[in-house]
Design a protein around this ligand. Structure first.
Ligand SMILES: C[S@@+](CC[C@H](N)C(=O)[O-])C[C@H]1O[C@@H](n2cnc3c(N)ncnc32)[C@H](O)[C@@H]1O
Length: 439
């Protein structure tokens, strides 16, 4: 009798769900592609890249992998290059997969087998053996990252040229640390009352600084809208406006509304303008949460074409910019903001300043701010504005108006750099100028 032949069982192809954690890594790969290839901001790309991830922890992991790759990219590449005979081209998927796996092993405490098993499927027909070999060699050699990351060469050159090479070392140190969380309070007395309860420190009235790992929605006062998250540097432009006493302020680039809320809580009657309907939705939510909406009129429009109903006592122009000052929290700016983007932003800022200049009452105040570490978007911008608008003068910022550890520049501006308040956790890079229109 012939033996029954057993039909060979065909292996089911592995699905995404069969490899635990693969979907999160694939999302991280999409995020990095969005930032490095398409020039999108990491936060903007997050929603689309993590669609389909149901667990918050997977979204968090995808974001953490992508952000750490951006923080350490030159150092990750240097490690990879130590164990390959032929350099892997900079923009191929296998290099990105290697960077991601190394970040997990060296920084995020992912067990090497988990980092490798989720890396290999991502190569998709690419050089799996090469990826496996590079990771194996680096693990055996107990490869390590330096204590302080290396900034991209073009950023190093640009910042060293403007601020000196020491600034670049300090910026690199800042990139290695997690930035603290700063809160701005509508009511300074409330900040004083709950600083200790929150386990924070206060660097100015109405300010509380907390560790980077607190859960913001769980903090006291979140649902009541007593405060909002705002880096100490970002809180300075509106502070320099002083109390409003019912006077009229135009906040020309207002969303998501951190500075609008500061102005409203200081007694200004604010018109908050922004071009972006989506960002204005967040501003509206913030106004509801803080209960400050009654002092604010919200308008959607482009400040290059929009016109105010009446001249203002104060104009705050927190202008769109390269955002290089917020590289600690948003390391994608190190790769997205180059000379072209900076020049385009500087042109837009100049045009916005020109518009704003025509809307002030005589004696009115114009506060210009950018979260940029580029002089073209700060000092140079204001020098050009003053040269072409002789009716304006600098109203110098005084030391007493700033937190201890931040001093005005000799010109009377505020310029925060990566070394600002370093021993207290640092501060975002910002430029602020306060100008007055002669009466
Ligand atoms: C630096 S952000 C403002 C942050 C805001 N002031 C805060 O404190 O929350 C710059 C804003 O400018 C807006 N913007 C860019 N170009 C604009 C324009 N031409 N007119 C009005 N708003 C503009 C952007 O939509 C963005 O919300």
């Amino acid at each position: 009798m012939p033996k029954p032949t057993s039909t060979p069982r065909r292996r089911r192809p592995l699905k995404e769900a069969d490899v635990p954690g693969l979907a999160a890594r694939r999302a991280a790969l999409r995020l990095l592609d969005a930032v490095l290839r398409r020039g999108e901001p990491l936060e903007t790309a997050l929603h689309a890249a993590t669609q389909g991830l149901t667990r918050g922890s997977d979204k968090g992991l995808a974001h953490a992998i992508a952000a750490d790759v951006l923080r350490w990219l030159p150092d990750l590449d240097a490690l990879i290059d130590t164990v390959t005979e032929q350099p892997i081209p900079p923009d191929v998927k296998s290099r990105m997969v290697l960077r991601m796996a190394l970040v997990q092993i060296l920084l995020l405490e992912t067990p090497p087998h988990a980092a490798i098993s989720t890396a290999l499927p991502l190569t998709e027909g690419g050089p799996r053996r090469l990826v496996h070999g590079v990771l194996g060699s680096l693990i055996r050699a107990e490869a390590k990252l330096p204590e302080v990351p290396t900034l991209p060469a073009d950023v190093t050159e640009r910042w060293a040229g403007q601020w000196g090479i020491e600034m670049v070392s300090v910026a690199a140190r800042a990139l290695a640390r997690r930035a603290p969380i700063d809160l701005s309070f509508a009511d300074a007395a409330e900040a004083e009352r709950i600083t200790d309860m929150m386990g924070g420190t206060s660097l100015m009235p109405g300010h509380v600084r907390l560790d980077h790992d607190v859960s913001v929605p769980d903090l006291p006062g979140y649902t009541q809208g007593h405060w909002w998250v705002q880096d100490i540097s970002a809180s300075l432009p509106a502070r320099l406006a002083g109390v409003g006493e019912g006077r009229i302020a135009l906040d020309l680039c207002a969303a998501p509304g951190g500075k609008t809320m500061q102005l409203a809580s200081a007694g200004w009657r604010v018109t908050a303008l922004d071009k972006s309907a989506k960002r204005l939705e967040r501003l509206a939510e913030n106004l509801v949460r803080s209960g400050l909406g009654t002092q604010v009129e919200v308008a959607q429009g482009d400040a290059l074409t929009w016109e105010p109903a009446a001249p203002a006592d104060l104009i705050l122009l927190d202008a769109p910019c390269s955002a290089t000052g917020i590289f600690r929290r948003h390391p994608d700016v190190l790769y997205r903001a180059g000379p072209r983007q900076i020049a385009e932003m500087a042109e837009l800022q100049g045009a916005l300043l020109d518009r704003a200049a025509a809307w002030l009452k005589p004696g009115g105040m114009l506060i210009y701010a950018t979260c940029s570490l580029e002089r073209a978007e700060g000092e140079d911008q204001i020098a050009a504005f003053l040269a072409s608008h002789p009716g304006f003068a600098v109203q110098p910022v005084q030391t007493e108006e700033l937190p201890a550890g931040i001093a005005p520049t000799p010109e009377g501006f505020v310029r925060t750099l990566p070394g600002t308040l370093e021993e207290l956790g640092g501060a975002d890079g910002f430029f602020v100028a306060r100008l007055v229109l002669n009466a």
